[in-house]
Design a protein around this ligand. Sequence first.
Ligand SMILES: [Ca+2]
Ligand SMILES: [Ca+2]
Ligand SMILES: [Ca+2]
Length: 615
Amino acid sequence: MSPRTLAALALAAAQLYAAGLAPQATARAASTAGALHELRERLPEDEVLYFLLPDRFENGDPANDRGGLAGGRLQTGFDPTDKGFFHGGDLKGVLQHLDYIQGLGATAIWLGPVFRNQPVQGAPGHESAGYHGYWITDFTHVDPHFGSDDDLKALVDAAHARGMKLYMDIVANHTADVIRYRECPRNDCAYRSIADYPYTRRGGVGGAPINEGFRGDADGSAANYARLARPDWAYTPWVPAGLEHAKVPDWLNDPIWYHNRGDSTFAGESSTYGDFSGLDDLMTENPRVVQGFIDIYGDWIDRLGIDGYRIDTARHVNPEFWQAFVPAMQARAAARGIPNFHIFGEVAGDADTAAPYAQHTRVDRLPAVLDFAFRNSAVEALAGVQGTDVLARLYAGDALYEGGPAAARRLPTFLSNHDDGRLAFLLRHADPKLDDKQLLARVELGHALLLALRGVPTLYAGDEQGFVGLGRDQDARQDQFASQVARYNGQHLLGTRATTATASFATEHPLYQLVAELAKLRVAEPALRRGTQLVRASGPKPGLFAVSRFDPATGRELLLAFNTGTTPVHAQVQVNVDSRRFLALHGPCPAAASAPGSAAIELPPLGFAICAAAP
Ligand SMILES: [Ca+2]
Ligand SMILES: [Ca+2]
Ligand SMILES: [Ca+2]
C-alpha cells in the first residue's frame, strides 16, 4: 500500500469519525476539547507550517476591502490592480479555506501580521499600502481591511477545533512611519551615531546639555531612563497634525520611546538603532518599552490562546529586549494552558551556514530563528551551483545553536518567502535556461528536502500551486484568489495551464499532491519530526545527498536519499548494520541491504527516496 493510499484512508476515517459525531453537540464539544488537548501537547517540531499573507489569500468579505475608509486608493490603500496595495484578502477568506490548508498536510498556520496598519505610506509618487501588515499603528486591534477582532477569534477557534495551531506574526522593532524629523523634510535622514550625537547633548557634542545624568544604554534601570526627557539628541522629531494619537496604546505616540537617529544602513550600531526605511525605531533598551510590548503581546495570548509568535526584524532589536520578552511570553502562555508556545525570530541573511543565525539563539536567547541557512543551502544545491556538501556543512553547524541539534529540529525551515522570493524564481534566476518541466522537478525535490529533513517545514502559500514570481518582495506576493495584477497574471505557473487570473486552490495540482503526501508521511513518522539526523553521503558536486533519521522511541532507521544532479545515482550508502530490509515509503528503495551496514541506492536525475529499515 502506498503512503498516499494510507494517508487517504486515514483522512477518510477521520472524516467518517467527524461526520458520525456531527449531530451530537455534546460529542462535538468533547471532540473539540480533545483536538485542543492534543494540539497543546504537540511539540514545535511536530508541526508543518503554512505561511500566508491574509491580503493575498482569499477575499471572504468584499465589504471590508477599503478598511472602512473613504476616498481613493491613497486614502483607503485598496487597489487590486497594483501589487503594492491592498487586494481585499481577509480573515474570513482564510477561514473558508481551512480544508484546503489542512488537506495540504499543514498542521499550523503562520498568519502574516494582522494588526491595524497605517493604510498608505511613502513619498508622493512612491506610495504603497500596508497590505503586508508590517506598518502597525494599533497593536491592540485587527486591521479593518482584514476583518474584526472577532473574525480573528473565530479563525483561531476554527483552527483549534480541527487540531491546527495558529501562530501570529509580530513586530517590536518599529511602528508605522509617523514620526518625522524637522531637519529632513523629504524623510530621508542619514543615520546619526551615539558617538557623534550623544543623548546628553542637543544636536551633537557641541550642543546644549539635555537629559542630564542619563548614563546611556549600559544602564538599563528605570531610574536611568527616567532621566531621558528630551528626544532631540540627534534630530528634532515631530508628529504631523492629525496623527498625534494614531498609535495604540497611546504611550507609543510620544517620540521619547524611539531612537530618532535617522535611517539604518543595516550595518554596525545603526542595525539596531536606525529607522528601517523611515519606520519609527523603538527604543527597545528602555524598560518602559520592554514592559509595553510584554503587555501588548501577552494580552493577545490571553485573548486568543494562540500557539506561537513569529518575530519580524528580530535582528534589529537589542538582545536584552528578547532576553526579557521571550520568557515573559512563555510564562504567559504556560499560565493560559499552552505549554509548547513556539517563538521564532526572523534573522534574515545571505549566509548558508549556521553561525550568523545561531548566535541569536545564544545571545538574544530566541528559542528558534527562521532557518535562512537551510534556505540558502537548499537553493545552492538545487541550482547546482554547490555540491551536496553545502548541506553537510549546514547540518554540521547544528551544534552551534543553543541546545544543539535538538534545538535545530525546532527551526522553521523554508524554501520561499514573501521578502526574498520563491524557490522557483530563485532557481530560474540562477539558470534562465531551465524550462518549466526542469524547474518543476527541482521545486519538487526542494519540497522533499524541506519536508523530510530536520526542522519545521514552512510552506509559503502559492508554492503548492506552482507560483514562480518575477522577483522578491511585492513580486513574490501573488494573489491566490483571482488576481487583477497584470504582472502576476502574465506569468506561467508550474504544473498547470492556469495563471493567477483565476483562483489557485487546485487540490489536484502536482505540487499540492506531493506536499500533501510528504507532509502526511512526516506526521506519521516520529523519526522525521523528532528524530536525530546523521549525514550519510555528500560530495563536492551535484548528486547524492543521503541522511539517516532515527525514531526517538524505537531507534528504527529511515534512510533518505536525494539526487541534486541531472544524471542517475548508483551508490552504496552506509546504514546501521541492523538495518537489513527496507520498505519504500517514497521512491525507489532496495529490498535488502547489500551487506551488513551498506545499502545500494539508485536514483533517477533529481529523484529522491525515503526508505524505512527493518531488522
Ligand atoms: Ca475583503
Ligand atoms: Ca519615521
Ligand atoms: Ca531597532
